[in-house]
Design a protein around this ligand. Structure first.
Ligand SMILES: *[C@@H]1O[C@H](CO)[C@@H](O)[C@H](O)[C@H]1NC(C)=O
Ligand SMILES: *[C@@H]1O[C@H](CO)[C@@H](O)[C@H](O)[C@H]1NC(C)=O
Ligand SMILES: *[C@@H]1O[C@H](CO)[C@@H](O)[C@H](O)[C@H]1NC(C)=O
Length: 309
């Protein structure tokens, strides 16, 4: 029954989001177990025939320097209480307690977070280096009412891709997502969402200070690989402990096989510009924190507090 529903809904997606005629493609797509030397599959449609596919290698010899307005983040706070699901391809979070909105930078509109999911072994590589973990924060252009609608338009989606490197410094929020998997026994429960009751904060998932990022036009990295994504990849990679991502590597797919890795192969960049922006990105919350040490506070301290001593 579940399977029928999935196939039907994918069929609807195909009709909506793809210009190709082949709608029979992607109902049983997956990732090869690279530890058993399996090969990457062809997923069909735009995944095979597209010209602006993702992920790509970010080769710093080929990036162009750009200048954009600052990126602005609003509402990227705690997301405890959201839904968590094993969708058979990844672990996905959705139904967030508040709206999270990004604007500025290369974006010509405001985008709100629709879902967050994870890839073990990163999909994007930097100078051909693959990182252990990548988080995709999938945003929908606010002017389109829902994902189906947004996926019809070139400016429909922006994805923030955060790369993590191994470190002795842990990431409590990633650790807690892993614990939530264990709490609910989600390892082999496919498409059965649960409430996440662990503390998870966007402030711990996304670097607080993003000095530089790469932006380029690409696609979703899962079928139907629609070419509707403005990618934003901060160049500050973020620490995670090796044991914090072990629970992710234990989840199973529809066939009961462990998803040891869930990254797509690197796609051709072709002649797409990769633009590097270097600047300080200010989020509304760090702006507020900043007030604490502003010249005004200093003035108040010097002029009113110190004379009292
Ligand atoms: C990538 O390589 C270039 C030189 O080719 C270097 O300047 C840059 O720092 C490297 N970046 C990363 C993230 O490794
Ligand atoms: C998405 O939005 C479109 C246009 O507003 C609407 O026709 C459609 O029913 C919506 N789909 C869902 C699943 O809500
Ligand atoms: C996972 O859950 C089991 C009980 O269901 C518990 O014994 C074990 O310690 C948990 N593991 C982690 C890493 O939280």
């Amino acid at each position: 029954m579940n399977k029928i529903v999935i196939i039907l809904s994918l069929g609807v997606c195909c009709l909506d989001a793809s210009t190709t005629q082949n709608v029979h493609i992607t109902h049983e797509w997956g990732y090869p177990n690279l530890e058993e030397s399996e090969e990457f599959q062809n997923w069909g449609g735009d995944c095979d025939n597209g010209r602006q596919q993702s992920p790509i290698d970010i080769n710093f010899n080929k990036v162009l320097k750009g200048i954009y307005p600052k990126l602005i983040f609003n509402g990227y706070n705690s997301i405890a209480g959201c839904n968590i699901v094993n969708n058979g391809h990844s672990i996905q979070l959705s139904s967030f307690p508040q709206e999270m909105e990004i604007s500025g930078g290369p974006l010509l509109a405001s985008y709100i977070v629709e879902q967050i999911h994870f890839h073990w072994w990163s999909e994007h590589t930097l100078n051909n280096t693959r990182y252990p973990f990548e988080m995709h924060v999938v945003h929908r252009n606010k002017k389109y009412g829902n994902m189906t609608q947004a996926m019809k338009f070139k400016n429909g989606i922006t994805v923030l891709g955060i790369l993590y490197h191994y470190s002795n410094v842990g990431n409590p929020s990633i650790e807690n997502v892993g614990k939530a998997l264990n709490d609910s026994g989600l390892f082999n429960l496919i498409n059965d969402p649960r409430k996440m009751n662990r503390l998870v904060s966007m402030k711990e998932l996304i670097p607080q200070k993003i000095d530089s990022y790469i932006t380029y036009e690409g696609s979703l990295t899962t079928p139907l690989c629609s070419e509707i994504v403005q990618w934003i990849i901060p160049l500050t990679t973020f620490p995670v402990r090796m044991n914090e991502i072990l629970p992710f590597r234990k989840i199973e797919n529809d066939d009961g096989k462990v998803i040891t890795n869930n990254f797509r192969e690197i796609q051709k960049t072709r002649n797409r510009p990769l633009i590097e922006i270097s600047e300080n990105i200010v989020s509304s919350s760090t702006k507020n924190d900043g007030l604490v040490s502003s010249p005004l506070t200093f003035f108040v301290l010097v002029c009113f507090v110190i004379p009292c001593l």
